[in-house]
Ligand binder design. Structure first.
Ligand code: SAM
Length: 213
């Protein structure tokens, strides 16, 4: 998501009651922060957060953590957060590379990757959030029966992910190249990008993956 830097964004994030400021200190203790033992689901690269806040509203029996590395983008999400009563969500302003410093093994039950940046050049492949390098990071924090859910309209990134995810030792569970016309659409929550690209007529691709043990 390309957003111009908003002056004061870092300061606003640092002062926000909705953002966990030193998330490394919560490692292994996230249930205590939520005050319950409900499963914890995270979205990596949440953008303005439409998806994860809607999920949190629909599923009060689950806990959510929205992750976004750019403060100016996260700030837009926090503006929306202020208008909602949501006891089951926190936000982190971090790079996904740090996830294993923030969550203990098995602490996360589901990871959502929605419309992740495609990084089309081969030399940037390691930056893709479905690269084997990132899948290895997810492996370190996900519960044994946990899963990754990935949506995109970028067919090149999707084709890449159909190879990179199994290559990293994961099993593809469900796959569709046209989510909105498939049984996988049941219960689907649209992201900001999903609304924009499906309105243009782009089919939305989705896969779910579990560890191949
Ligand atoms: N998920 C939202 C949606 O579907 O509307 C936003 C999609 S936007 C294309 C991708 C977002 O992921 C951007 O806001 C970007 O800053 C964030 N992002 C990309 N790489 C990231 C990383 N390594 N760690 C955290 N956030 C990341």
């Amino acid at each position: 998501m390309r957003l111009r830097h908003i002056p004061g964004a870092e300061e606003a994030i640092a002062a926000s009651p909705y953002v966990v400021q030193e998330p490394e200190r919560e490692k292994g203790q996230w249930s205590a922060r939520f005050g319950n033992k409900n499963p914890i689901e995270i979205e990596v690269g949440m953008g303005k957060g439409r998806f994860i806040m809607e999920q949190a509203q629909r599923h009060p029996e689950r806990n959510y953590i929205g992750i976004e590395r750019y403060s100016s983008v996260l700030l837009r999400g926090l503006e929306k957060r202020e208008q909602l009563e949501l006891p089951n969500i926190w936000f982190l302003c971090i790079d996904a590379k740090q996830l294993a410093d923030i969550f203990a093994p098995g602490e996360v039950s589901r990871i959502y990757l929605n419309f992740s940046d495609p990084w089309p050049k081969d030399r940037h492949a390691k930056r893709r959030l479905t690269s084997p390098e990132f899948m290895e990071v997810y492996s370190r924090i996900l519960a044994p029966e946990g899963c990754v859910e990935f949506k995109t309209d970028n067919q090149g990134l999707f084709a890449y992910s159909l190879e990179s995810i199994p290559a990293a030792g994961w099993k593809l569970k469900d796959v569709t190249w046209d989510l909105h016309h498939s049984p996988m659409a049941e219960g689907n929550v649209m992201t900001e990008y999903e609304m924009k690209f499906s309105a243009l007529g782009n089919p939305i691709c989705k896969l779910t993956a579990v560890r191949d043990v």
